[in-house]
Structure formats: structure tokens, C-alpha cells
Design a protein around this ligand. Structure first.
Ligand SMILES: [Mg+2]
Length: 335
């Protein structure tokens, strides 16, 4: 690996959709991570998923060939716990709506997890747990209505599963918003605490954020003034990227983490050699043409994004002017 990332002092990697697809690594990711480490790159895995402790995540990554120490993993539960310590005196009672891993994160920063409103919690911390039901939400509702501070680990509205999208923590947060007329402070992406905690921990000033979601990973990086690489191995696709609002636009675009093997500048969203984009004045469509020298469909997408983002935002129709362009659009789902 030819030190492609040496202008960045750290790499903050999202997990689901970026490093992992379900329980398995995305193609060749264990090798790419090893190569990055051998090149001296400092890494941290950061995840909105607060349901598992860093030790469990590190164990899982190590088992699939990505040797990881718990200190290299930061979950939104840890970021939420760090946020709570900035708001509360030591040993404060905190009502935990979520998993045992969240309760452990709260305990590890010197706060006291409790289960009921009658234990006088001064804060509520909330993350997804499949066991959360009306009874747990009722305790949280009473505590928040009684004046307790409220921190959500993340506000991901949905949870991708094999069966489809299920209610995520954001959906349960919305139930409490409706019942309390209050808004939580948020720890996970796109809010800042998770990124700030990761940077503070590593002493990083200028990290590269890498993730698969425009509305969390990329929006979080942009809000924090950081450069971001979007990989298309998870949730967001080329269509969503081209239509992305200003605050969700990545600096770089790649199919998956294998792009980190090459010079990062070649993945920058800018006009790329071999591709040309024009506006069709009559229809407002984008017209893509190729001189045949590039076969990389993502270079076509980078060129399209650079043209479209410079002028407009939102969804746009793209038309191919030749066979190479038609094949490229087909390959990335933009046909
Ligand atoms: Mg992800």
C-alpha cells in the first residue's frame, strides 16, 4: 500500500455496511485493514450500534480476521456515557432504556444505572433493545416529564435485518418525543459527540471519516468539518449520492474499502478523465458521454456528481450519449 492517506492523521471507520455485511466482512476488508495498519495508519472503528460492548465487537472483528483491541472500537453507548458525564455529577442515577452493554457503559464512567422513575434518575439514556416495550418507555416518560435530562445513543429510524427494515432507536425515541414534547441530545452520527469522542481519544485533528450512509456517516463528518469517503457497500447507492443535499455530500467515493489501496485523490468527487457531462437545456437532464478511455463506472458517477452539485441538488435524470456511458450507468443503477 502506497500510503494513500498520509494527509490524514487517523481513519474513522463505520462498521455495518462498511467493514461488515451482517456477520461477514465486506470483500477483502481484513486484508485492506492489515495493509493500512502496516503502512502506519491509525484506525478507529466507530458505530452508532450501541447494543454490543466494545470488547464483543473487537472479538467479532478479530474472529473474522481483523485483529482489533477493544480500545480501537467506539460505540454510541460510550459516546452517550461520555456526554452524560459532561452533564451530570459523579454517581448520578441514570435510567437506562436499552441493553446491558449500555448499562455497563454508564457504569464505567462512574454513573449509576437504574430501571425505574421511582429511583429518581436525573437523566435518561436510550438505545435500541428488542426488549424495550411500553413498560420501559413509561418509566422513561415519567422521568423526562419529571425534569430528567435525555440522551439518545442514536436516532437511526430503522434497523436493517434479514426480514427487512424494523423500528430502530429513532422510532422509539419518537414515541417518547410524542409523549413528552421534549427533544433528546444525540450522541451518535450525524451528531458530533461520537466523532468528537473518537478524535479526542486518538488525539486526531484531521481524520478521514469512512462510511456507507449519507445521512449519518457523511452528514456527521460534514457537520464536523471533516473529509469523508462514501463506500457503496452498504445502504447508500449512486442514485442517492447524486441526489444528496449539500450537507450530505462526501469528498471521495468508492465501491468499498479496497479503494484505500490506491491514491485517494483518484476517488475524489471531481471531473474524471474520459468522461464528460453536459446539461440538456430542454429537459434539465444530465447527458453523460465517454471518450472510451475510462471503463470505471464510478469515475462516471464522480464526474456526474461534480457537475450536478456545482449547480443544483436533488434527484436528476441521467442519459447516456454512447454505449460506454450506457454500460456505466447500468452498472451503478443510474440507467
Ligand atoms: Mg454503516
Amino acid at each position: 500500500m502506497n500510503k494513500p492517506l498520509n494527509s490524514y492523521d487517523a481513519v474513522l471507520l463505520d462498521l455495518d455496511g462498511t467493514v461488515l455485511r451482517g456477520a461477514q466482512p465486506v470483500a477483502e476488508v481484513p486484508d485492506v485493514i492489515s495493509e493500512l495498519r502496516r503502512a502506519g495508519q491509525v484506525l478507529q472503528f466507530i458505530t452508532n450500534n450501541a447494543a454490543r460492548a466494545p470488547e464483543e465487537v473487537a472479538e467479532q472483528l478479530t474472529a473474522i480476521g481483523i485483529r482489533t483491541a477493544p480500545e480501537e472500537v467506539l460505540t454510541s453507548a460510550q459516546a452517550a456515557a461520555a456526554l452524560l458525564t459532561s452533564l451530570l455529577p459523579a454517581d448520578s442515577a441514570v435510567l437506562v432504556v436499552g441493553t446491558a452493554a449500555l448499562a455497563a457503559a454508564v457504569r464505567s464512567v462512574g454513573l449509576r444505572p437504574v430501571d425505574t422513575a421511582s429511583e429518581q434518575p436525573v437523566a435518561v439514556v436510550q438505545d435500541h433493545s428488542p426488549k424495550t416495550g411500553w413498560a420501559q418507555l413509561s418509566e422513561a416518560c415519567l422521568a423526562i416529564r419529571g425534569g430528567a435530562k435525555w440522551v439518545a445513543c442514536n436516532i437511526d429510524r430503522t434497523l436493517p435485518t434479514e426480514r427487512g427494515l424494523l423500528p430502530g432507536n429513532g422510532a422509539m425515541v419518537a414515541a417518547l418525543q410524542a409523549a413528552t414534547d421534549r427533544e433528546p441530545k444525540v450522541a451518535g452520527k450525524p451528531a458530533r459527540p461520537l466523532l468528537d469522542t473518537a478524535m479526542g481519544r486518538m488525539g486526531a485533528q484531521h481524520p478521514l471519516v469512512v462510511g456507507d450512509r449519507l445521512d449519518t456517516d457523511i452528514a456527521g463528518a460534514r457537520a464536523a468539518g471533516l473529509d469523508a469517503l462514501l463506500v457503496l457497500s452498504g445502504v447508500s447507492d449512486a442514485v442517492a449520492t447524486l441526489a444528496a443535499p449539500r450537507e450530505q455530500r462526501p469528498t471521495y467515493l468508492g465501491a468499498d474499502l479496497r479503494v484505500l489501496r490506491g491514491p485517494l485523490d483518484e476517488t475524489r468527487i471531481q471531473p474524471r478523465p474520459g468522461w464528460r457531462v453536459e446539461f440538456d437545456q430542454a429537459t434539465g437532464d444530465l447527458l453523460l458521454s465517454s471518450d472510451g478511455s475510462s471503463k470505471d463506472p464510478l469515475d462516471a458517477v464522480r464526474t456526474l456528481c461534480a457537475a450536478w452539485w456545482g449547480e443544483c441538488s436533488g434527484p436528476v435524470q441521467v442519459r447516456a450519449c454512447d454505449d460506454t456511458s450506457a454500460k456505466a450507468l447500468e452498472a451503478v443503477g443510474l440507467a
